[in-house]
Design a protein. Structure first.
Length: 136
């Protein structure tokens, strides 16, 4: 790469990209069904799930891509993901009545084995690691 950084989608990054792609598909499909069939039950929760799906799609594209724009997209999406899971996780725990149905990020991702909580941490660490110039 021109900036000397390793591609984020190479090596172990392929596993990270695959997990993000899986979450992009799962969150988007789930939100699509919920919005189309039961929007009236929990509009906030279902819209937040749709937002999470978009964030996962953008993170996948950024992590799989090459170049500075892809890297910026990945950093932005993964940071938004981390903030989202922390805010929604806290809100859904503190104000459960406002979340009658779970989102991907409810309870810090408890419904998905807390992967939504740890995934952005791994994503940020990987972006930091691959952002360093390679020696030789």
């Amino acid at each position: 790469m021109a900036d000397g950084a390793r591609p984020t989608g190479s090596g172990m990054g392929r596993v990270l990209v695959a997990v993000y792609a899986l979450f992009a598909l799962a969150a988007s499909a789930r939100a699509g069904v919920q919005l189309a069939t039961r929007f009236y039950e929990a509009p906030l929760a279902y819209l937040l799930s749709a937002f999470a799906g978009v964030v996962y799609i953008l993170a996948t594209a950024g992590l799989a891509g090459r170049g500075r724009m892809a890297r910026r997209l990945a950093w932005t999406a993964v940071l938004i993901e981390l903030i989202g899971v922390l805010v929604v996780g806290t809100a859904s725990t503190a104000l459960p009545a406002d979340f009658p149905r779970a989102t991907v990020w409810s309870g810090y991702g408890v419904g998905y084995g807390w992967v939504p909580l740890v995934l952005p941490i791994f994503g940020l660490l990987w972006l930091r690691r691959t952002g360093r110039r390679q020696d030789g």
